[in-house]
Design a protein around this ligand. Structure first.
Ligand code: KMH
Ligand code: ZN
Length: 271
């Protein structure tokens, strides 16, 4: 089986220090967490910008600092968020992509997101996809519900997006698709041929869905953006602790973990 790509979603836009005291917020903290996760076995870090007071931001300068500081520490693939936080404009959200990061996310539709609505107008999605393609940024398609994987297939057929595709199933957001084994199996059955996939299980779904992905030949995303606990009632001590657990499970299944360069190769990215 192909080596396992582990993505560490370090910070997100919604989690607070009150919920997770070890949440990395500043560019230095995010870069330190990225280094620790890379050392533990992550080959991609998914990053969100925050101002020092914790407010989410898509400020290009904040992302520039994050990318540079991660680069100073290690060779992990930096994937910037274009989801940002609920309520941001599409233009705001796209700003970090102009830094030409190695990779960026692209949400494939609108969805209820807890008590909010995460808006992704098709026209904006089109602009995001075109901009990333023009700038040579590898896209990770974020799929929160069934209609979004249908859209990935439709866009591929129309030639709006091109292979090789890498899809992230984000399962367990209240308002979107459930974080269950059945949901993952359905999503996987709808993937375009040859596409690679990863799964980000939210909350308690993180560990079971990660385990499934290891067995099924998919890839795994863990981290505080999606889940702040190690187990029920016990907060994780760091993002790296969550990565280390996935590495252990994968090795027990005789599935080796990809280095950043191996991940680039698997995803069809330049070395
Ligand atoms: N913060 C969510 C509303 C992404 O990073 O691309 C969207 C999100 C997706 O986190
Ligand atoms: Zn995100």
């Amino acid at each position: 089986m192909e080596k396992l790509i582990i993505t560490a979603a370090l910070t997100g836009a919604e989690v607070t220090r009150e919920q997770q005291p070890n949440l990395p917020i500043t560019p230095d903290e995010i870069a330190d967490a990225a280094f620790e996760c890379a050392k533990a076995g992550a080959s991609i870090v998914h990053v969100h910008g925050r101002y020092d007071d914790g407010t989410p931001t898509q400020d290009k300068e904040v992302y520039r600092q994050i990318i540079n500081k991660v680069r100073e520490r290690c060779d992990v693939i930096v994937q910037v968020s274009t989801g940002g936080a609920v309520g941001m404009t599409a233009q705001e959200r796209l700003a970090p992509v102009t830094l030409k990061p190695e990779m960026a996310t692209l949400s494939m539709g609108s969805v209820n997101f807890g008590n909010d609505v995460f808006m992704n107008h098709p026209d904006d999605m089109d602009i995001f996809a075109t901009t990333m393609k023009d700038l040579g940024v590898k896209i990770e398609y974020e799929v929160f519900d069934t209609g979004m994987i249908t859209t990935v297939n439709r866009w591929l057929k129309k030639g709006l997006i091109t292979a090789p595709l890498h899809v992230d199933f984000v399962l367990g957001i209240p308002g979107a698709m459930a974080g269950t084994p059945e949901a993952l199996m359905y999503m996987r059955s709808q993937l375009p041929a040859e596409a690679s996939w990863t799964v980000a299980g939210i909350g308690a779904a993180q560990l079971p869905l990660a385990t499934m992905a290891i067995i099924l030949g998919g890839h795994v995303r863990v981290g505080f953006e999606d889940n702040v606990y190690y187990r029920k009632g016990e907060l994780a001590t760091s993002n790296a602790q969550l990565v280390e657990r996935v590495v252990r499970i994968s090795r027990e299944h005789d599935r080796a973990v990809a280095t950043p360069d191996e991940a680039r190769k698997i995803l069809g990215m330049p070395a």
